[in-house]
Design a protein around this ligand. Structure first.
Ligand code: NAP
Length: 273
């Protein structure tokens, strides 16, 4: 967590509970930190309890009321249990952030059915199952904020990432459709599309398997120079850059915003970065 997680007034989310999938690492942890700094109680859910416990310790150290929950977003019952545990522990689920995802490079001709399923099920099915799981609580409360983390690579296509591009394009479509279906219940549904953020998870996943695959994080290895050239605002992103957009979207400032997808990438996608 860095100082950017404290740009919003500390109480704008007071009394709200957020569930962040994949909240134990990288961007998800940054989002959880920003929401918590704005006053929300935060449940973080993913498969590795060890990772979640360590993240929870960091968040609690920053004074954030945190609940780590083991859950697999690919399994509807598993994420439903996490939603119920959040409601049991904190009294409600007002905010859902669909952040959990998986990704790796693979040429489409040799991408295995299991590899395809793993990414599409985690990113797209996981977003749908999690949104469906929080819906009854949000409907009954007459209030809900859902934000899904998408990406920008599918705007043009990205070689060797057909699974992730297809899944994230599906998330964009789902965002608009759920926004229309659930607006009458006081639920807004938006998405954030980050540019390159050198998280530990993504560094591993994006290690190119062969010479033909574009090396997204060569930018980082080739230092700031690439970022200065390829990203108009001159740097790679931080998890808190995404966390602050999510905080805006779930705050009262965005009460009239739904079905929107916000690109947060320093302008990189405009230059094809
Ligand atoms: P990350 O650190 O690898 O985060 C992925 C998280 O998802 C992990 O905490 C992981 O925890 C969790 N997860 C994976 N499979 C899961 C499952 N089946 N059920 C529950 N949780 C699961 O990567 P990141 O860079 O922070 O990415 C976060 C989000 O930002 C993703 O949606 C990604 O597509 C998006 N994004 C990232 C970038 C970037 O450059 N970093 C750019 C565009 C979009 P466990 O292993 O404990 O389950």
């Amino acid at each position: 967590m860095n100082d950017k997680s404290r740009v919003f007034a500390p109480r704008i989310l007071e009394g709200r509970t957020a569930l962040v999938t994949g909240g134990g690492s990288g961007i998800g942890l940054g989002i959880a930190g920003c929401l918590g700094a704005a006053g929300a109680r935060v449940a973080i859910a993913s498969r590795s309890m060890e990772r979640l416990e360590s993240a929870a310790e960091t968040l609690r150290g920053a004074g954030i009321d945190t609940l780590p929950l083991e859950a697999n977003v690919r399994e509807p019952d598993s994420i439903r249990n996490a939603v119920l545990a959040t409601a049991d522990g904190f009294g409600s689920v007002d905010i859902l952030v669909n952040n959990a995802a998986g990704n790796f490079y693979a040429p489409s001709e040799s991408l295995s059915p299991n590899g395809w399923r793993a990414v599409v099920e985690t990113d797209l099915y996981g977003t749908f199952f999690s949104s469906q799981a929080v819906f009854p609580l949000m409907r009954d409360a007459g209030y809900g904020r859902i934000v899904s983390i998408s990406m920008t690579l599918h705007y043009r296509g990205w070689p060797q990432m057909a699974h992730a591009c297809a899944a994230k394009a599906g998330i964009d479509a789902l965002t608009r459709t759920l926004a229309l279906e659930w607006a009458e219940h006081g639920i807004t549904v938006n998405a954030v599309a980050p540019g390159p953020i050198p998280t530990e998870g993504v560094r591993k996943a994006f290690t190119p398997p062969n010479d033909e695959a574009p090396d997204l994080f060569a930018v980082e290895r080739a230092t700031e120079e690439f970022a200065r050239r390829a990203i108009p605002l001159g740097r790679m992103g931080d998890p808190e850059d995404i966390g602050n957009m999510v905080t805006y979207l779930v705050s009262p400032a965005a009460d009239w915003v739904t079905g929107a997808i916000f690109v947060v990438d320093g302008g990189g996608s405009l230059k094809g970065a």
